[in-house]
Design a binder for this molecule. Structure first.
Ligand code: KG4
Ligand code: ZN
Length: 338
């Protein structure tokens, strides 16, 4: 292993962002480039996998070149190449992975495959330079909703996960029914500020006593049924009230389970990660609940909450420091377990 400060080049392409980043010593961003495809997928109301792959192919070399240029780093200066290899859309993952392998082979650099969720959690190490494990993590995005006990940089245990929709997925579907557009999470967040969270009592699904799993599809279907029956009765739908009531129902469960898990395991830190972690109501409710329990709350800024390559670079750095590297036979795994 090289002495001195390590430079990591990272690539992320698991869903609809093609991203590349360069980091110094794993926690300092030298560049963080994200080519978003949101506009392309907006017309379809969701991510179309084939289109996502095609865009990744068009953009991946451009974002890598831009990331190196902006960081003022040449390939010869890079020590580690980190890349997301799962979970995600297989066609999308393959493009980032093949690119990372090509750079690793051509420049003779070590390749480190990263789990996408491990990446999301690691965004907090960049944002909060003093943060160290152990802590309780809530990973809440369009693809995942997990409560994870992080014991060390490369060690964690999944305590709970969604049994159906991810929270962000439920947000996106409800937003579509309310005619708000895509992606729905930020739009619900915004419009709910003018609504009454107690206007409609949507189902809070806690599952069996003690379970840290989630189920959001019942609450989501409750909103769809409510909207349909109001329409059929000719009543006007108060979109801000429905949005505020929906997110209140989801977030009460999320906050209670996450803070409950931290208290039960005597953890004094909770870390949030993933796209939905930038939700303002979630941040408010978590801040209040954590204050009551004497738990410190950590959350990345919005640009590090949604998919990016800096978080992948940070996770790759800690894997490399612990001695993990991958061969060029590393395969993409769309359902990679944590
Ligand atoms: O982490 P991310 O970029 O991709 C996945 O790994 O899934 O998360 C995207 C998800 C989308 O469902 C989007 O609607 C949601 O995060 N999201 C939000 C907010 N910002 C993004 N949901 C609620 N409130 C927000 N402010
Ligand atoms: Zn993600």
């Amino acid at each position: 292993m090289k002495q001195g400060k390590l430079v990591t080049l990272a690539i992320e392409s698991s869903c609809d962002e093609t991203a590349a980043a360069v980091l110094l010593e794993g926690r300092r961003i030298l560049s963080n480039i994200i080519a978003s495809q949101i506009k392309t997928h907006q017309v379809f109301g969701g991510v179309v996998p084939e289109i996502a792959s095609r865009h990744h192919l068009d953009n991946v070399n451009k974002v890598v070149t831009q990331a190196l240029e902006q960081a003022d780093v040449g390939m010869k200066d890079v020590d580690i190449i980190g890349v997301t290899y799962g979970p995600g859309l297989v066609g999308a993952l393959l493009i980032g992975l093949a690119t990372a392998k090509a750079y690793a082979l051509a420049a003779e650099k070590p390749l480190v495959g990263v789990h996408h969720i491990q990446g999301h959690i690691s965004a907090n190490y960049i944002e909060h330079q003093d943060l160290e494990p152990p802590f309780m993590a809530l990973v809440i995005s369009g693809g995942h909703t997990n409560i994870v006990q992080v014991t060390d940089y490369n060690q964690c245990e999944v305590l709970g996960q969604t049994r159906d929709d991810a929270a962000g997925e439920a947000y996106d579907k409800v937003a579509r029914v309310l005619g708000l557009g895509y992606p729905g999470g930020p739009l619900i967040d915004k419009i709910a500020k003018q609504g009454d969270p107690a206007a409609v009592a949507f189902k809070r699904v806690f599952l069996e006593k003690g379970s840290l799993d989630f189920s959001f599809s019942g609450t989501k279907t409750g909103v769809l049924n409510y909207v349909n029956s109001e329409k059929q009765s000719g009543r006007e739908i108060k979109v801000p009230d429905v949005a505020a009531s929906f997110q209140q129902a989801i977030l009460e469960v999320v906050v209670a389970k996450t803070v409950g898990a931290a208290v039960a395991r005597k953890q004094d830190k909770i870390v949030m990660a993933g796209g939905v972690a930038s939700n303002s109501r979630l941040r408010e409710m978590m801040t209040d609940a954590c204050e009551k329990e004497g738990v410190r709350l950590y959350c990345p800024s919005p640009i590090l909450c949604t998919d990016n390559a800096a978080m992948i670079g940070c996770a790759a750095y800690y894997k490399y420091k612990a001695g993990y590297t991958d061969g060029l036979d590393l395969d993409a795994d769309p359902r990679l377990p944590l």
